[in-house]
Write a protein that binds this ligand. Structure first.
Ligand code: 5GP
Length: 210
């Protein structure tokens, strides 16, 4: 069985990634969505084990020391990271895995697994981003200002991604992400077995013809 595709989805805070991920996994239940670990406090309505594994800094650092994190980063004063076991197990079982993580983590994943797919989600413009962050009503003005400053920094790294996803229409966006993952299956790097088989056969044909 071929391994699943690892897709990393990043985007500015407030770009609507959470809503996108919920719809993507509802519309296409075969995706395995990795649950991250974080030291930030839960927001209202967030659930342990569904949205994040919420831990204290000592626990997080211990996980890093034990080599249990596939990647991790510090984002606006808190640690965030991807526990490695789940991702490896799902990929080995042939399931496509989605990580919704920020850019430093995305770049670590690309180094570790160069054949992963990196997608960057953005609203159609920066004004829309600010309106969404303010409209969410879950963050203080200071936190919003920090997240906007961070978005300006992150915008410098967009070229490292494979595709941009403009989050204008939710349904369309989800369909686009799904087809990007489907298309990624057919890059030569992910069809190595097929290519080697065809090469081997062609070589044996031409030997037979000699
Ligand atoms: P939030 O606090 O809004 O839930 O997340 C803040 C940022 O952390 C978002 O950009 C989100 O994508 C990112 N993030 C969430 N989980 C992880 C993770 O496991 N690793 C990394 N590097 N970033 C993460």
């Amino acid at each position: 069985m071929s391994k699943g595709i690892l897709t990393v989805i990043s985007g500015f805070s407030g770009a609507g990634k959470g809503t996108l991920m919920r719809k993507l996994t509802r519309d296409y239940p075969n995706y395995a969505l990795s649950v991250s670990m974080t030291t930030r406090a839960p927001r209202e309505g967030e659930q342990e084990g569904r949205d994040y594994f919420f831990v204290d800094t000592d626990t997080f650092q211990e996980r890093i020391r034990q080599g249990q994190m596939l990647e991790y980063a510090c984002y606006c004063g808190n640690y965030y990271g991807t526990p490695g076991d789940y991702v490896q197990e799902q990929l080995e079982a042939g399931r496509d895995v989605i990580l919704e993580i920020e850019i430093q983590g995305a770049l670590q994943i690309r180094k570790l697994m160069p054949d992963c797919l990196l997608l960057f989600v953005t609203p159609p413009n920066a004004g829309e981003l600010r309106r969404r962050l303010e409209g969410r009503g879950t963050e203080s003005p200071e936190v919003i200002a920090r997240r906007l400053a961070r978005a300006a920094e992150e915008s410098e790294g967009i070229e490292a991604y494979d595709y941009i996803v403009i989050n204008d229409d939710l349904g369309e966006c989800v369909r686009q992400i799904h087809s990007m993952v489907q298309n990624a299956r057919y890059t030569p790097a992910r069809q190595e077995t097929l290519i080697n088989e065809i090469r081997g056969e062609l070589n044996s044909f031409s030997k037979g013809a000699e």
